[in-house]
Structures are given as structure tokens and as C-alpha cells.
Design a protein around this ligand. Structure first.
Ligand code: SAH
Ligand code: DHB
Ligand code: MG
Length: 227
């Protein structure tokens, strides 16, 4: 989207990054490496990365699951929120993305906290369901959008009561309103939102966002009742 509003949103993000100290040299270098490696410019923005970090912090998340690593930009934000002994499992299908992400984890000195599993996420998630004893405290779903309902269902099963599940890009400039069925990403958004609403074991909201990445939004659910 290129219009007046977009340049205002981007300028406000720049102001926020500047005044709130959201960015730093390591994260800028990580982004620069993603760009040099020709990765698509679809990572979360700095302010969104900080938002994910704050969610992880306020919830005291120790085990984080991320679906869709790309160059590891959002992963690094989340890793920085982890307490001692914390761990992130992040899933990526593209070997080139995975290689760049691994380099970035080392650069940001968070590689010891992160387990990157390569392959189609649905397959890796099925394996995780079999093998992992301890459930996740926070799940960030940010991969192929048509699979969002599948990812949410599995995330529910892999989450402890009180866990947070965040789904990125559910608004996409209002495409979530498109009920024609031809936009498979929009269908993924619509289905995951309905599913969140129909799931008694989840309480969810949709937070619309504007900024350097345009107009989009996060769906955010908390799993289970208060204990
Ligand atoms: N979370 C990242 C951005 C992820 S972009 C950030 O904000 O920094 C989406 C990523 O999901 C891409 O790297 C893409 O290769 C990956 N992806 C797409 N389909 C996938 C699948 N079926 N399984 C695992 N990863 C997938
Ligand atoms: C796309 C994917 C993302 O995860 C994102 O944050 C923005 C765009 C995309 O596939 O176009
Ligand atoms: Mg995204």
C-alpha cells in the first residue's frame, strides 16, 4: 500500500523505534543480512517484535513455539524475553531461510536458546506432539496462512493452560472480510478466527495494527481458564 496514510504510519513507527529504543545494532544487522540474502521483507516490524517480546515477558514464558522462522528476526525478539533455562522451538520449511536464521541466531548470541527444525510445519508439529513432555507457554503462528486453523488446533494441544497463542497477519489490509473463498490466506484468517471463537478453551481478541508494514493485525488467544 502506498498512500499518505502509509507514510504517516511508517514515520510514526520510526519515531517509536527512536524514542522507545526499540531497535539496536544487532537487530539492524540481522535485518540487513536477511535483505542481502534476498529473503522476503515480511518479518515483523521492530515495534511488533518488541510487542512479542513484551507478551513473552509479562506471561513469564519459558517455552516458546514459533511456526515460520524466515531469517529469525521475530525469533530473536522472543529469545531475548526468555528467562534462564528458556527455550524456543522454531519451524521453517525453506532450507535457505533456515541457514540465514541460524547465522542470525549466532550473531545475536541466542543460538543456545533456539532449536530450529526444518521441514513442513504440520509434519514437525505431529512429531512434537509425540515427543515433547512439557507444553508451550507461548506460540507464535506466522507461516503459510491457509494452514492457520490447523496450526491453531495443534497449538492448543501443545499449550499449557494460560498459554498465549498469537497468529500474525490475520487482517491483511482488510482481506479478512473477503468471503468469496478465492483468497486462501483470507480463508485461513477467517477460519482461525471462527475457530478461536468456537473454542471454549480459548479467549481471544483481534488487534488491528498499522505501521511500517501497512495495515494488518494479530489474533491473540489465551488458552484455558484461570487456574
Ligand atoms: N516469523 C518471521 C516471519 C515468517 S515469514 C518473522 O516475523 O521474522 C513465513 C515463513 O514461514 C517463511 O520463512 C516460510 O518459508 C515459512 N513457511 C511457509 N510455509 C511453511 C510450512 N508449511 N512449514 C514451515 N514453514 C513454512
Ligand atoms: C506475508 C507473510 C507474513 O508472515 C507477513 O508478516 C507478511 C506477509 C506474506 O506471505 O505475504
Ligand atoms: Mg507474519
Amino acid at each position: 500500500m502506498t498512500n499518505d496514510l502509509q507514510s504517516t504510519w511508517a514515520a510514526v513507527d520510526t519515531l517509536a523505534e527512536d524514542w522507545l529504543g526499540v531497535n539496536d545494532g544487532v537487530l539492524e544487522e540481522v535485518m540487513a543480512r536477511c535483505t542481502r540474502a534476498a529473503l522476503p521483507a515480511i518479518a515483523v516490524s521492530p515495534c511488533q517484535g518488541r510487542f512479542l517480546q513484551l507478551l513473552a515477558r509479562v506471561s513469564g514464558a519459558k517455552r516458546v513455539l514459533e511456526i515460520g522462522t524466515l531469517g529469525g528476526y521475530s525469533t530473536i525478539w522472543l529469545a531475548r524475553a526468555l528467562p534462564k533455562g528458556g527455550k524456543i522451538v522454531t519451524l521453517e520449511i525453506d532450507p535457505h531461510h533456515a541457514r540465514i536464521a541460524r547465522e542470525n541466531f549466532a550473531l545475536a548470541m541466542v543460538d543456545a536458546l533456539i532449536e530450529l527444525r526444518e521441514g513442513p510445519a504440520l509434519k514437525t508439529l505431529a512429531a512434537l506432539e509425540q515427543e515433547l513432555p512439557s507444553p508451550f507457554d507461548l506460540v507464535f503462528i506466522d507461516a503459510d496462512k491457509p494452514n492457520n486453523p490447523r496450526y491453531f488446533e495443534i497449538a492448543l494441544r501443545l499449550s499449557r493452560p494460560g498459554a498465549i497463542i498469537v497468529v500474525d497477519n490475520v487482517v491483511r489490509e482488510g482481506a479478512v472480510l473477503d468471503d468469496s473463498g478465492v483468497n486462501h490466506s483470507a480463508e485461513g484468517s477467517r477460519e482461525v478466527l471462527r475457530l478461536m471463537g468456537e473454542t471454549p478453551a480459548a479467549e481471544a481478541t483481534l488487534l488491528q495494527t498499522v505501521g511500517v508494514k501497512g495495515y494488518d493485525g494479530f489474533a491473540i488467544a489465551v488458552v484455558g481458564g484461570a487456574e
